[in-house]
Design a protein around this ligand. Structure first.
Ligand code: FAD
Length: 292
């Protein structure tokens, strides 16, 4: 199918983009186009004007800042995170999850900002941002504001963006030293959106004990969610002494899984359990498949 007719604008500055976005309800941002263009081809989206953010240089910057944080412009493509050595060394949870976003071609074009603004409940980026306590910097005609990751996505395809606002930057706090990470998702085919997924993090102190734990479950509810409380039982244990099964059950009991074409709520309950167990096993450094 083909999209309906639209005009195309490529502003060179954020101010210019914000002015264009003020010019009517049918003006829409395009980033990598990997979600928007299929929607346009199906006529589920029929914007009259597309504002391409690719000409705004600052939105494509990926930098480690003086305070040690990682700042990513909204237009940084998924694959750039996978190829950046500083990201891999300082924020290993990012590549661990983002390598599961779609396929190579989609990862070359699709962007972190586009993924977050599209707000698919199965998107890996939303899960990573929650796990790492990222912040989103937004800009609108009335000024800029910063939101914690937990306040940015409101539901299925729904965000806190006001009309005419642009997501400009995502900021990840300085690297968490001494943490280990695990990721697992279940999709029908490699590259498909997940039916359920989990990202786990364990902080190991100098005596080899787990001092803190984080967990995000995604693709199960209307948005990704932090479920650290499900891991309360692992804190104070040695990584090889934890019971991932118990944590998996605690997490699955917390979620209110949705039913859709891809999986029923009952199936998702089991998928969440499996994903949490496997993510935790990976984070704990246990050989795959080994449980207490
Ligand atoms: P676009 O498609 O250009 O835009 C998406 C939406 O966000 C539009 O409404 C647009 O107006 C808005 N928008 C974009 N940028 C901004 C901004 N800076 N500020 C405000 N609004 C903005 N994603 C996954 O997470 N996991 C997967 O497994 C996965 N599988 C996929 C498989 C296929 C075959 C395809 C085609 C896509 C898949 N995706 C998957 C989606 C992919 O990650 C997209 O890249 C992403 O969802 C959208 O990013 P984009 O840059 O292409 O945004």
């Amino acid at each position: 199918m083909k999209p309906s007719a639209f005009a195309y604008r490529r502003p060179a500055s954020l101010q210019e983009a914000l002015s264009l976005l003020e010019q009517g309800d049918d003006v829409k941002i395009i980033a990598g186009g990997q979600s928007l263009v299929p929607a346009m081809n199906l006529r589920m989206a029929t914007p009259g004007v597309l504002v391409d953010l690719a000409g705004i240089e600052s939105l494509s910057a990926l930098n480690v800042e003086d305070d040690g944080s990682l700042s990513a412009g909204a237009m940084v493509a998924h694959n750039r995170f996978l190829r950046d050595a500083q990201v891999g060394a300082g924020w290993p949870a990012i590549p661990l999850a983002v390598k599961h976003v779609a396929h190579e071609q989609v990862r070359n074009r699709g962007t972190i900002g586009g993924s977050l603004c599209h707000a698919d409940p199965a998107a890996e980026w939303a899960a990573v941002c929650l796990l790492l306590d990222a912040e989103m910097k937004l800009a609108g005609r009335l000024g800029a504001r910063v939101l914690p990751a937990g306040e940015f996505i409101k539901g299925v395809y729904e965000t806190a963006l006001e009309p005419g606002e642009v997501l400009c930057q995502v900021r990840f706090p300085a690297p968490l030293r001494g943490w280990r990470w695990g990721f697992h998702e279940i999709a029908r085919r490699r590259g498909d959106f997940a039916m359920a997924g989990a990202l786990a993090g364990l902080a190991i102190d100098d005596s080899g004990l787990i001092s803190a734990a984080r967990l995000v479950v995604f693709a199960a509810e209307d948005r990704a969610r932090r479920l650290d409380a499900a891991l309360v039982g692992v804190v104070g244990c040695k990584p090889d002494e934890i019971d991932p099964d118990l944590a998996g059950l605690a997490a699955a009991a917390e979620v209110d899984p949705r039913s859709d074409l891809h999986a029923s709520a009952a199936l998702r309950f089991h998928l969440v359990h499996s994903c949490v167990v496997r993510a935790l096993v990976e984070a704990a450094g246990k050989p795959a498949g080994v449980r207490n």
